[in-house]
Design a protein around this ligand. Sequence first.
Ligand code: ACO
Length: 328
Amino acid sequence: MRKSQIIGTGYYVPGKIVTNFDLMKIMDTSDEWITTKIGIKERRIAAEDELTSDMAAEAAKKAMKNANITADDIDMILLATNFPDHISPATSVAIQKKIGAKNAFAFDIRTGGCPGSVFSLSIASKYIADGTCKTILVATADINSKGLDWEDRSTAVIFGDGAAAIILKSVDETEAGIIDSKLYTDPEGYYAAYIPAGGVAEPITEQAIKEKRQYFRMDGRAIFDFATKAFPDAVKEIVKKNKMTLSDIDFVISHQANLNIIRQSMENLGIPMEKTYYNIHKYGNTSSASVGIALAEAIENGVIKKGDKVVLVSFGAGTAWGTVLLEL
Ligand code: ACO
């Protein structure tokens, strides 16, 4: 069995900053409500002509530079996204073209957005474990702004756009890398966060557009209650499964959905907030990209260092959630 070592990370966020005060000009909301309820001050919004594959390719170029590899070294590209460039074919193939990874094969996974970070890393690590691949680009990217009803204050204030990339390299079992991962889904929450129209169950018709059914809908309270249980329970489970204790963990990097979810979950775990890294105040919820952006930024800022034991945790639509336990 081969282990997956993280040899490079990168992230990209669009240049356009939209603050809470900007949102107050177009909807009935306040900086105070968004800050206290969610912890967001501003978010990045993609340019009109910017694609998910453009953002992922930018993040990938940074990760390849940090990893000191070229695109020729990559033998698989995996993209997790909720907002692909097209419904078909896979957006990861567009990333392959944009970075010039001519020796790779590529495919996308759809996990409803936010859980995609841990699902993609978990899947990629299996391709390394069985010897199929030596170097994998795991990209996570979402242009949430295109899937939002900008007149719906209950969803529009939450999200931002961004991309992250992680390069995994096959190493010996004894070296640092991904130790374990665990994924979960519960159909009970299938409609707690979803986009009604656009799939085969409900094509986009004139009526659907009139009712704005092509946009994201969410039962915020249900997701909050699910997340504040799923997050700490999943962290406890993966740590216990690997015969560690929570005190062995140097950092918990969570999906950036709501600062109160992170605070409540860290408190439940009995782990101080110093042992997590958050950037939700700057970027909002970037769905599948959020864990990767937080990890890449924490490494870039020297907060997380080589040798640290880290649990990545994400949760969201599905409902789906999961963890990745790793040594950097
Ligand atoms: N500005 C001002 N007021 C608002 C806003 C807003 N942007 N949005 C809602 N309100 C109002 C509501 O209308 C309501 O007013 P009322 O009491 O007069 O009816 C009041 O604020 C409280 O609304 P609630 O929805 O009950 O507020 P809640 O405490 O549940 O917080 C929130 C809402 C922040 C969305 C919270 O439920 C949450 O963060 N849930 C988790 C969401 C999440 O993590 N989603 C991401 C995962 S989904 C995915 O995977 C893509």
